[in-house]
Design a protein around this ligand. Structure first.
Ligand code: IMP
Ligand code: MG
Length: 180
């Protein structure tokens, strides 16, 4: 499928699966080197990162790795960093652990900044961020991204876990909104 229509919008293929797959394999190789022996807890941010996490974790051959899943809910209230998102479903003990957050995309960076701060507050020894996609032109906060799959322009995309109004998450490739 080269083009796809979701509701009122037209999308066109921009990152084929093969490209996503090789970026993920490369990231996994770096993680194996960096995280060997650390009993790392990987945390997949639902819903968007489910495909990325599944693909990545099959390549991260670390026998002492663990994976958990977190959903974020908008929190009533604001802070200086914008929306504070509540972490739902985190049952693991975080204290003293090396944690790697698995995120689909970093846009303004507010979400990742908030999640990282909360994990540090819960006592994590170190918190790293791994994002499949990064839009540097949209970044609005200071944020260190430890692992980046593919850098993309500031356009709206769907596929490989990312949605437009809940559609498109199941697409194997990534599609970009056709403007105009
Ligand atoms: P941030 O807090 O602005 O960095 O937002 C990150 C979140 O916005 C991601 O986890 C996505 O859920 C969503 N998002 C950002 N850009 C896109 C996009 O192009 N397509 C679909 N979702 C996006
Ligand atoms: Mg997301």
């Amino acid at each position: 499928m080269k083009r796809v229509r979701l509701f009122d919008k037209e999308f066109e293929i921009s990152i084929p699966y093969a490209e996503l797959h090789s970026a993920i394999k490369e990231m996994a190789a770096k993680m194996i080197t960096d995280l060997e022996g650390k009993q790392t807890l990987f945390i997949c941010i639902l819903n968007g990162a489910f495909m990325f996490a599944s693909e990545l974790m099959k390549e991260v051959e670390l026998p002492d790795a663990e994976i958990s899943f977190l959903k974020l809910a908008s929190y009533c209230g604001t802070s200086s960093t914008g929306d504070v998102k509540e972490l739902i479903g985190l049952n693991e003990e975080i204290k003293g652990r090396t944690v790697v957050i698995l995120e689909d995309i970093v846009d303004t960076g507010h979400t990742m900044k908030g999640v990282k701060a909360q994990l540090i507050e819960k006592g994590a020894k170190e918190v790293k961020i791994a994002t499949l996609l990064f839009k540097p032109d949209a970044l609005k906060v200071e944020l260190t991204l430890d692992y980046i799959g593919i850098v993309i322009p500031n356009d709206f995309i769907v596929g490989f876990g990312l949605d437009y109004d809940r559609r498109g998450r199941n697409f194997k490739d990534i599609y970009t909104l056709v403007k105009g």
